[in-house]
Design a protein around this ligand. Sequence first.
Ligand SMILES: [Zn+2]
Ligand SMILES: [Zn+2]
Length: 263
Amino acid sequence: MRKYKKPLPADYTGRKPTQRPSSFWQETDLQNKEPTLLELLEALAQPGCPICFLAARSVSRHIEAYCRDSVTDVPVRDHLRAANGYCTRHAHQFLDMQDSLAAAITYADILKKMIGIIDRTPDKDARSPIVNAIRRIFRVRDSRARPLLPERQCPACEEQQVSERRYLTGLIAHLGESAVREVFISSQGLCLIHLPVAVDLADGEKLRTLVNVQRRAWSQLRGHMNEIVRKADYRFTSERITDEERDSLLDVIERMAGKREIR
Ligand SMILES: [Zn+2]
Ligand SMILES: [Zn+2]
């Protein structure tokens, strides 16, 4: 059975101190730059797609901030109510915050709305058979269910889209700077969710850098996939799959489909 913690104290920040690579952070030149750039440098030092990393973190912080500061904020709750709560992925992420009070307040409110709607839903048989037949013939979309559907997008999904766009725009804007380009060149590039947007935003030398990094990263991954396939052949079964090749299986999924947290 899932255990819930007590509500968080009012002064709880919930944020871990940001771990920035010391070599970047200590450069005074970079300390004067915008937060997005510092975050990008931090993300580029992590394995995997930097945009997935930053988007997932933005969503986490968004949900944490909701638990900490916004549960009683009227416009924020209006949005959540209109969205019928978080989408499936983000609702489970919200639950993982283990803030029982925030979850109970939020969903009691949404349940009140849904009970009101269900109470106003007419009985199916109240509509005459002739009307039902006409609706079927003309394929009139049944509007009976519409009040039960969300009127707005999940706020965490909105936050994710905004942050993905912000970081992608920031990455391309700074890709011409040597500090960013050098780190990007030694990275594994972007996932297939974020690469198309980056390709659309970049041109000239920046586009060439994107393409070259991506080609090298994908070729390396493809090499690992080919090795796993080769070793499955009965002639080579004495050769074991290496740790690097095994890790590349998760890697290939994250690079083709994005991180689990973001899609
Ligand atoms: Zn990504
Ligand atoms: Zn969502």
